[in-house]
Design a protein around this ligand. Structure first.
Ligand SMILES: *Cc1c(COP(=O)(O)O)cnc(C)c1O
Length: 355
C-alpha cells in the first residue's frame, strides 16, 4: 500500500543530514562548546513564572526587537526575529522567492539556502567561487544578468569553508542587482567585518544573525534579520502569527543582559582556531583559512578519516561528498580539551590511513 504523495520536488529531496550521534567530542555542527552563563539559566524560572501562559504572545516581539535594535544601532522596525536564522531565511524565501522566482547561491556554501529555496518553490541557480572560495565579481555579474535572481545569498564568513569575503565583493554584488541580497552572518562575531552598517545605505540588503553560535543558545532557536523597514514588513506578512513564543521572547531578552560574558569566549574560540589550523598544518594537511568557529581541511581519504575519528569518539562533519569539496572535512572549534583530543586522535588516524 502506498501513502499519499508529497510534491514531486519534495520527494526528490533528502532533507538536512548532519548525523546526531552520541559521542564524547561533538565537533560537527558549529555549536559553542560553552554552556550559556549560569546566571541566565538561573533567571529562567522567574521568566517562566512571569509568562502569561494562557495568552498569545506579543506578535510584534516589541521588547525583544527594541533590545536587538539598540545592540546594532538601528530602529526596532529594522529587526525581524524568528525561530533560528533558518526560519528567518525561510521567511525571506516565502516573501521574496517562491514559485516562478529564482534564488542564487555561490557554491560551495550553506546547503540550507538551496534546500529552503526549493521547498518554498523557487528555482535555484548556483554560481562558482574562486579556488580560494571567495566570490569572483565577474561571475557574480554573470549570474545576476543571466538569471535575474529575486534573492542572492551570500554567507560571510562562508560555511563550510570559513572564508571571509572581501568587502569589495559584496559591493560588487550590490552594484549588480536591485533585487534582495541576503548576507548570512551566522559567524560574524568571529570575523573581521560585518555588513550591518551597510543595511541602511541599501534598500535591498538584509543581514541575518543567530543566537545559536557565539551566544551558546542553539537549543533556544532564535535568529534575526537586520533589514530595511519595508523588508521587515513583508517578512511579517509571510510569517505565521504568534510564531515567536512568549517565553522565548523573554528568555532571549534576559540572555542579552549577558552578552559581555558570552563575547569573552569569542577570543578563546579564535585562539583555539589558530591552534587547530596550526595543528592541521603540522599534520601535513591542506587547511583553508577561517574567520569562523570551524576549520575546513582536506585529506586523501576523507571517509576513512571521518570513520577513524568517530571510532576515537570524535564527530566532525564530512563534506567530502559535496561538489567542489572532495576530500574535505570540517571541524568545529571546541573547548581546549576537546581540540587536544581531536588533534591527538587525528594524528593516530592519519598514521593508520597512511600506513
Ligand atoms: C548555523 C548556521 C545558521 C544558524 O541557524 P539557526 O537556525 O539560527 O540555528 C545559519 N546560517 C549558517 C550559515 C549557519 O552555519
Amino acid at each position: 500500500m502506498t501513502g499519499p504523495s508529497p510534491r514531486d520536488d519534495i520527494r526528490a529531496m533528502s532533507g538536512y543530514h548532519s548525523p546526531q550521534v552520541e559521542v564524547a567530542v561533538r565537533l560537527n555542527t558549529n555549536e559553542s562548546p560553552f554552556p550559556p552563563p549560569t546566571a541566565w539559566v538561573e533567571e529562567l524560572a522567574a521568566v517562566a513564572g512571569r509568562t502569561a501562559w494562557n495568552r498569545y504572545p506579543d506578535r510584534e516581539a516589541t521588547g525583544l526587537r527594541a533590545v536587538i535594535a539598540s545592540r546594532h544601532g538601528v530602529e526596532p522596525g529594522n529587526i525581524f526575529v524568528a525561530n533560528g536564522s533558518n526560519e528567518v531565511l525561510q521567511t525571506i524565501m516565502l516573501a521574496y522567492g517562491g514559485a516562478g522566482r529564482t534564488v542564487a547561491t555561490f557554491e560551495p556554501t550553506y546547503q540550507m539556502y538551496a534546500q529552503i529555496a526549493r521547498v518554498t518553490g523557487a528555482t535555484v541557480v548556483s554560481g562558482e567561487r574562486r579556488d580560494d572560495h571567495t566570490l569572483d565579481a565577474r561571475e557574480v555579474r554573470r549570474v545576476v544578468s543571466e538569471h535575474s535572481p529575486s534573492i542572492t545569498m551570500l554567507c560571510n564568513p562562508n560555511n563550510p569553508t570559513g572564508t571571509v569575503e572581501p568587502r569589495a565583493n559584496l559591493e560588487a554584488l550590490l552594484g549588480a542587482t536591485d533585487a534582495l541580497v541576503v548576507v548570512d552572518e551566522a559567524y560574524a562575531e568571529f570575523s573581521e567585518w560585518s555588513a550591518v552598517p551597510m543595511v541602511n545605505q541599501h534598500p535591498n540588503l538584509v543581514v541575518t544573525r543567530t543566537f545559536s553560535k557565539t551566544l551558546s543558545l542553539a537549543a533556544l532557536r532564535v535568529g534575526y534579520a537586520i533589514a530595511p523597514a519595508a523588508v521587515v514588513e513583508a517578512l511579517s506578512v509571510a510569517v505565521l502569527p504568534y510564531h515567536l513564543d512568549a517565553f522565548k521572547q523573554a528568555a532571549t531578552m534576559a540572555a542579552l543582559g549577558h552578552v559581555a560574558e558570552m563575547n569573552e569566549r569569542v577570543a578563546v574560540i579564535c585562539s583555539e582556531r589558530r591552534r587547530i589550523e596550526e595543528g592541521l598544518g603540522a599534520l601535513g594537511l591542506e587547511v583553508f583559512p577561517s574567520g569562523a568557529n570551524f576549520v575546513l581541511f582536506r585529506t586523501d581519504d576523507a571517509p576513512a578519516v571521518w570513520n577513524g575519528l568517530l571510532a576515537e569518539g570524535v564527530l566532525v562533519r564530512d563534506c567530502s561528498g559535496w561538489d567542489r569539496l572532495a576530500g574535505c572535512l570540517r571541524v568545529t572549534v571546541g573547548s581546549g580539551e576537546e581540540n587536544g583530543i581531536f588533534l591527538g586522535a587525528l594524528g593516530r588516524v592519519l598514521a593508520g590511513v597512511r600506513g
